[in-house]
Design a protein around this ligand. Structure first.
Ligand code: ZN
Length: 237
């Protein structure tokens, strides 16, 4: 791809300078100056819809099967994140978002069934992602719903794949649609969802640090706040 600096097919991520970002740089707007991002401003970071203990919420409850816990949370996160992105769908069009971008000039490229890279608009990318997840979650062989049915070999790998796609959905929302989220008053919902999501991923080792790197500054800010709320500043994840 023109302007492509780095491509890693296993992660489906291409970091590149798009014409738009180059133009912004010419205009003196630096996308990598994350301090300027409104989602990192303290008055926004502290907005949550609950003061429930998110660390506790993410933990495997005693006596619960780990695969069952992963499966039920995967379904719940998919529903909530799908609902959230649907609420913003009118603002995410091929015109506003010609690429599926995230913080720091990250661009997500879809890999089709034949391993071909498909550079597509954000709405198309996230349509593919949501359909892919929906198909997995409704596949009885992968996410069994019948009592006593076994989870397949490689179940955790598929769960990790789902969480990666959901993370990218949230990364795009924070990066490209935070102003609309603010205008709709949905930012406390987004922060609550994202905090629960990232703590769940950490608790169950679902995402690699390199995948979450684009939003690492926000993850750290939300965690710091969660720890302060719990009155436990010694707790380190
Ligand atoms: Zn968008």
């Amino acid at each position: 791809a023109p302007g492509c600096l780095c491509a890693d097919s296993s992660q489906e991520v291409v970091i590149e300078l798009t014409p738009r970002s180059m133009e912004q740089n010419r205009m003196g707007i630096n996308n990598n100056n994350r301090e300027k991002q409104p989602y990192l401003q303290q008055q926004n970071v502290c907005q949550m819809i609950t003061n429930m203990d998110m660390f506790l919420l993410a933990k495997l409850p005693p006596g619960v099967d780990k695969a069952e816990w992963l499966a039920s949370n995967t379904v719940a996160f998919f529903k909530h994140i799908n609902l959230f992105s649907s609420a913003l769908s009118e603002f995410c069009t091929p015109g506003t978002c010609p690429t599926a971008c995230g913080p720091g000039n990250t661009v997500y490229v879809w890999i089709d069934d034949h391993g071909r890279k498909l550079k597509c608009s954000a709405p198309l990318y996230f349509d593919y992602a949501m359909s892919y997840i929906h198909d997995l979650l409704t596949d009885e062989d992968v996410f069994p719903t019948k009592a006593g049915a076994a989870f397949p070999t490689g179940f955790v790998f598929l769960v990790q794949k789902v969480f990666l796609l959901l993370f990218r959905t949230l990364a795009h929302i924070y990066w490209s649609h935070y102003s609309e989220t603010l205008a709709l008053g949905l930012h406390p919902h987004l922060n609550t969802l994202f905090t629960h999501f990232t703590l769940f991923c950490q608790q169950h080792a679902l995402l690699d640090p390199e995948d979450t790197e684009p939003l690492q500054d926000l993850i750290a800010a939300l965690e710091r706040q969660e720890m302060t709320l719990r009155g436990n500043t010694d707790l380190k994840i």
